[in-house]
Design a protein around this ligand. Sequence first.
Ligand SMILES: *Cc1c(COP(=O)(O)O)cnc(C)c1O
Length: 357
Amino acid sequence: MVQDIRVELTKNKRVKPDMKTVKFGKSFSDHMFLMNYEEGKGWFDPRIVPYGPVEMDMACMVFHYGQEIFEGMKAYRTSEGKVQLFRPTENIRRMAISGERLVMPAVDEDMFLAALKKLLEVDAEWVPSEEATSLYIRPFMIATDVGLGVHASKSYLFSIITCPVGSYYPEGLNPIKIMIESQDVRAVRGGTGIAKCGGNYAASLRASLLAEYKGYSQVLWLDGVERKYIEEVGSMNIMFKVNGEVLTPSLTGSVLAGITRKSCIELMKTWGIDVTERLITVDEIVEAAENGTLEEVWGTGTAAVVSPVGWLTYKDKTFEIGGGKIGTLTQKLYDGLTGIQWGKVPDTLGWTVPVEK
Ligand SMILES: *Cc1c(COP(=O)(O)O)cnc(C)c1O
């Protein structure tokens, strides 16, 4: 059921960033969406208000027990000046799955989509039109019960904030360096790895910081039990092309089901390329790198879309992939997906959703 959204427009417009120098996630649009939930009452008071701080009690449950989930998606401006979303229903459904794991209530699909569209209509001028830019959208939900007893909260706040983001690759698609993490783990089966929740990221920060310090962009996580199977990169899923075959770790219960991952698999299918989803050991990837059959490696995620991996390090041994250059299939996937997102190629798969205005 779609409830009416109250709109309170800002009286103080925020300064828009220069799209050439804007930093990811630092500059927010004029408005935000808020909606409250109470057990027995359901979701109520959907509203769009000026972007800004919200007063919160210091005993709010989210601060102490980490009941928080989020999503990440983008709005794109097409060459005709229209604004469109990319597979928003996938994000909406995934947030419900995350919520189920952390016993948080789902937002009605139609209500969620109506909120996204309304917010984008109100802040339409914040969807940038420069080449390769977009408006990043961050829906999230927090537990708002006040009190320190450990139990699932009975009240929640759902919000959507947005921020313009520049080109992820101002100098073209740069292959990145990835370190395979053999100490810390991100998630275990039965844990919260399948949920997009802040807690997973909190657990990943130590390894990421160490990797960054050593000059790597991100870490590649291994499974939490045997540290033997490849799972995913920090905020991206991972794909390999070995001896002509495209491989990606199966969704075993601790890997986040990326929408870019799914879209890559489906897009490749239309090109006649079958992707094998299975358990992949780090040893077989190292062996493929050593015997020269590891042709391409790339990460998939909303932020970078497709990110070529040029170097993989495991236990102090570094392997260069494809001469440290972007592979043919990686480039084709990037062009294919971003072509649909920015409306440059026909959306034959029906993935884009227009925002009227
Ligand atoms: C969000 C996320 C991804 C990528 O998902 P997309 O839907 O493709 O953006 C991959 N791994 C983790 C841990 C994530 O949080």
